[in-house]
Ligand binder design. Structure first.
Ligand code: PLP
Length: 410
């Protein structure tokens, strides 16, 4: 059999360069992680060849007996992992999981409520250029003066506008979210309550962040962030919504499911059911604490006053550097982050005054408190002297030493 290297050296070179980048850079993007070798292997199997429209036992194609086993394992495991009544493991990604929920419960023109993008929400929660913002009447909630979710304002707005669907969940919010409070409001105004737990899913699976499943009608997620699976999505729901959600995913939104990726999801769910994953999740949260404390000691402000999860937003203004510059200069020091707007950010969205930092990836490669503290100090060293080439070279050397000590894929 021919290898990719022999058949297509151009693509192979880029894949190898990306592998090297992942090994040699400290990954601080809060939504990224390193999937296990077993997850990677499943994603590269013959299952990619199979059409399996429909659901296990009810397919529109022959030859589905083996992929049925795989999909049923994924469903059973994810239900067990989060204590859910029902699950759909076919969404190709987080965005399509969210679209499926909108398709299941809402008609164009209906009012939906979500957290505003500028204050930590996701594109698919009603941003103007996203389908959720174009096809629905969006009312949003945000943060109070302490940079925590303004539950009182959310409740007031929900009473006034009576949305069809209320979405809780965020892409850049570090604190624990009060799912019960949202559920109570949704019930009172007759809204469907959806939680998008994409960011927090791994912490929830590991028992280190509140589980929304008992409170929500439907819970959407990605599998590739803190949950450490393949790039994909899934939906959990109360049994009463199973029919509506399943027909919204297929035939409503998607055609054939990606059976190789569903196999990878099944493996990742099994990994997350192991006791070692609880330790992983606890260390992710602990490392985030250490990073936040260290950055605070180094004169940076953490938005919302700190973190209760894997993620934090860092206000860079005290250092006189923008998010855009920080992203570039930290990248040149081999630490990967993304710029992110902070609440009431005076800079444009492509510039910003903040960065978002997360600890799921560093924790997967084995970083504990000491390495998390060192990483935060290296970040601060760069932010203190972003134009000092000698300093950047010194930081790069320390990153090289650290990443060599903690390889991702041996
Ligand atoms: N939901 C939340 C809260 C997210 O943060 C993201 C991704 O950043 C998504 C959904 C979308 O996931 P995907 O990129 O897989 O479509």
């Amino acid at each position: 059999s021919t290898t990719i290297a022999q058949q297509d050296p151009a693509v192979w070179a880029a894949i190898q360069a990306e592998h090297q980048r992942q090994e040699e850079h400290i990954e601080l993007i809060a939504s990224e992680n390193y999937a296990s070798p077993a997850v990677l292997q499943a994603a590269g199997t013959q299952l990619t060849n199979k059409y399996a429209e429909g659901y296990p036992g009810r397919r529109y194609y022959g030859g589905c007996e083996h992929v049925d086993v795989v999909e049923q394992l994924a469903i059973d495991r994810v239900k067990q992992l989060f204590g859910a009544e029902a699950a759909n493991v076919q969404p190709h990604c987080g965005a399509s999981a969210n679209e499926a929920v909108l398709l299941a419960f809402c008609k164009p023109g209906d009012t939906i409520m979500g957290m505003s993008l500028a204050e930590g929400g996701h594109l698919t929660h009603g941003m103007a250029l996203n389908m959720s913002g174009k096809w629905f009447n969006v009312v949003s909630y945000g943060l109070n003066a302490q940079e925590a979710i303004d539950y009182d304002a959310m409740e007031k707005k929900a009473r006034e506008t009576r949305p069809r669907l209320i979405i809780a969940g965020a892409s850049a919010y570090s604190l624990e979210i009060d799912w019960a409070r949202f559920a109570k409001v949704a019930k009172e105004v007759g809204a469907i309550f959806m939680v998008d737990m994409a960011h927090y899913a791994g912490l929830i699976a590991g028992g280190c962040y509140p589980n929304p499943v008992p409170h929500a009608d439907v819970v959407t997620s990605t599998t590739h962030k803190s949950l450490r699976g393949p790039r994909a999505g899934f939906i959990l729901m109360k049994a009463e919504h199973e029919k509506a959600i399943n027909s919204a995913v297929f035939p409503g939104l998607q055609g054939g499911p990606l059976m190789h990726i569903i196999a990878a999801k099944a493996i990742a769910f099994q990994e997350a059911l192991q006791p070692a994953f609880k330790q992983y999740a606890a260390q992710v949260r602990r490392n985030a604490q250490v990073v936040a404390e260290t950055l605070t000691q180094r004169g940076l402000r953490i938005v919302s006053g700190g973190t209760q999860s894997h993620v934090m937003l860092v206000d860079l203004r005290a250092k006189g550097i923008t998010g855009k510059e920080a992203e570039a200069v930290l990248g040149s020091a081999h630490m990967t982050i993304n710029k992110n707007a902070i609440p009431n950010d005076p800079e444009k969205p492509m510039v910003t005054s903040g960065v978002r930092i997360g600890t799921p990836a560093m924790t997967t490669r084995g970083f504990k408190d000491d390495e998390a503290r060192l990483t935060a100090n290296l970040v601060a060293d760069v932010l203190d002297a972003p134009r000092d080439e000698a300093k950047l070279a010194a930081v790069r050397a320390q990153v090289a030493e650290l990443t060599k000590r903690f390889p991702v894929y041996r």
